[in-house]
Design a protein around this ligand. Structure first.
Ligand code: PLP
Length: 230
């Protein structure tokens, strides 16, 4: 949930003659447009918000300027890493509802973040849409929303286990960005192959959980968390 400042990155890149590659998966083009913010190359996992329904694997690479675009085109034509017709159909179909899904997901995420903040069992909440998030101002400067990804810490390791085992409406599963809410245990899942010292340095400890908030009724999601916390 750390926010990178595009303007500062652009200054550094210009100073050292580098290209900027941004992974815009978490916000999607609906909330953030990195090419307009100074990035040269933008990647998106189409599997996540763009597809939006957890039923397709896809990826996008977008570049600035003719030279990069020709290089990229040559690569995918020769390597063959382009999307099948049916997968393309699913992603295009998903994109039609991107704006409505993301507005609802963001609204739900904010409600959940505020609810988590008031729980005595929760020791930290990381959501860039909260005014006290360290990246709040930077995010507001460069993006039109904070998205629907959030993470938090709880008081004990037992509680992380209890929450993961008890959620019913929310699924304990990897991936993110779809219409269904998912909760993950980054230590074992997304960052399971990262060496312990690096993982801990990144703050991905055993009390740490991540949520991708979906489009369900926010009250239902909160009730589900409430029973899982007990
Ligand atoms: C999932 C993810 C990827 C990889 O995308 P796949 O569609 O799973 O190949 C890359 N970046 C971020 C930020 C992701 O969440």
């Amino acid at each position: 949930m750390r926010i990178t400042d595009f303007a500062e990155m652009r200054k550094l890149a210009d100073e050292f003659g580098l290209l900027i590659l941004a992974d815009n998966t978490f916000l999607s083009p609906y909330f953030q447009k990195p090419l307009q913010l100074g990035a040269d190359i933008v990647v998106h996992s189409g599997t996540k918000f763009l597809g939006g329904h957890n039923d397709v694997l896809a990826g996008f690479v977008c570049v600035k300027g003719k030279e990069l675009s020709e290089k990229l085109r040559y690569t995918y034509k020769t390597v063959g890493c382009s999307l099948s017709p049916f997968d393309s159909f699913l992603v295009l179909r998903g994109i039609k509802t991107l704006s409505v899904r993301l507005e609802r997901q963001q609204e739900n995420a904010k409600k959940i973040a505020l609810w988590l903040k008031n729980r005595p069992e929760v020791t930290e909440v990381y959501y860039p849409g909260l005014e006290d998030h360290p990246g709040y101002e930077v995010n507001r400067k460069q993006a039109t929303g904070a998205g629907s990804m959030l993470s938090f810490r709880v008081d004990t390791v037992e509680r992380t286990r209890k929450i993961l085992e008890s959620v019913k409406l929310i699924s304990y599963a990897e991936s993110l960005g779809g219409v269904e809410s998912l909760i993950t245990y980054p230590m074992l899942q997304t960052h399971g192959d990262v060496p312990v010292e690096i993982r801990e340095h990144l703050g991905i400890t055993e009390d740490f959980l991540r949520m991708s908030v979906g489009i369900e009724n926010a009250e239902d999601l909160i009730k589900d968390l409430e029973q899982a916390f007990q």
